[in-house]
Design a protein around this ligand. Structure first.
Ligand code: MN
Length: 249
């Protein structure tokens, strides 16, 4: 089992969740919302073989915490994973959109300077801007658009730009989400939950709930559950086992 976008530290009892992740053998990319949270997460998961922590600065926090971009850039030197970063264009965050674009662009440039990172990206109501920044700055990094909900033409543009996609049960509950997933290249999709923010309708999704997408994706691909599982596994291995890019910094 794989969850490529989960806020492990934001569950009410992170230690219990981590224990259960280990017991069930789930591979988790634990995204964080601030550089400080990244430091805390590193300590939390130090004994967990299958959890990797990404350093992030969530776009919804950029208005207040944009000064932490320096700390983000510093910590990026110590990890292959960056997230959650990106841009949120929904009404309550439009005021900081310019600032969000600058912070996101700075993180992308820093990732290039460090030889490329795997980056989990938020693009709600801002897919065009996110793709502008990716087009301008990304060469060596691998952008993963998490819970992509933009228009189809932006999805096509993202595919042309080499983006990957992480999709979760909440996204697949909507018709539009399923239609987007149907257009994504099958060799660039990974499962996620976005827990505990995303829920199954009643309670927050747990990292192992990422497998709820399997039957739905099997239906979209007109394939089997087993095929979906093995595709996810090979995508995950291809993304992570890829040789480390050479840094020219
Ligand atoms: Mn998230």
């Amino acid at each position: 089992m794989i969850d490529t976008h989960c806020h492990v530290d934001l569950y009410p009892s992170p230690a219990k969740v981590i224990k259960e992740i280990d017991r069930r053998g789930v591979y988790v990319l634990a995204v964080t919302t601030t550089p400080k949270a990244y430091r805390g997460n590193i300590r939390l998961v130090e004994n967990s073989k299958r959890i990797r922590v990404a350093v992030g600065l969530h776009p919804e926090l950029v208005a207040e915490r944009h000064r932490e971009i320096d700390e983000l850039c510093k910590l990026m030197a110590g990890t292959r994973y960056v997230g959650e970063v990106g841009i949120d264009g929904s009404p309550e965050h439009t005021a900081s959109r310019g600032l969000q674009f600058d912070v996101f662009s700075t993180a992308l440039c820093r990732a290039e300077e460090l030889g490329g990172k795997i980056i989990s990206i938020h693009s709600r109501s801002a897919s065009g801007l996110v793709l502008d920044a990716i087009e301008k700055h990304v060469v060596k990094s691998t952008p993963i658009l998490h819970w992509f909900s933009g228009p189809l033409r932006d999805l096509k543009r993202a595919i042309d730009l080499g983006c990957w996609f992480s999709v979760g049960p909440a996204m697949l509950r909507s018709k539009k989400g399923s239609e987007l997933v149907a257009q994504m290249p099958i060799d660039r999709i990974l499962p996620e939950t976005d827990g505990p923010f995303a829920s199954d309708g009643k309670s927050p999704l747990m990292p192992w709930d990422s497998q709820q997408v399997n039957p739905k994706i099997a239906e979209i691909w007109k394939s089997s559950d087993a095929f979906v599982r093995s595709t996810f596994r090979s995508n995950f291995e291809r993304l992570l086992v890829r040789p480390e890019p050479v840094s020219h910094a």
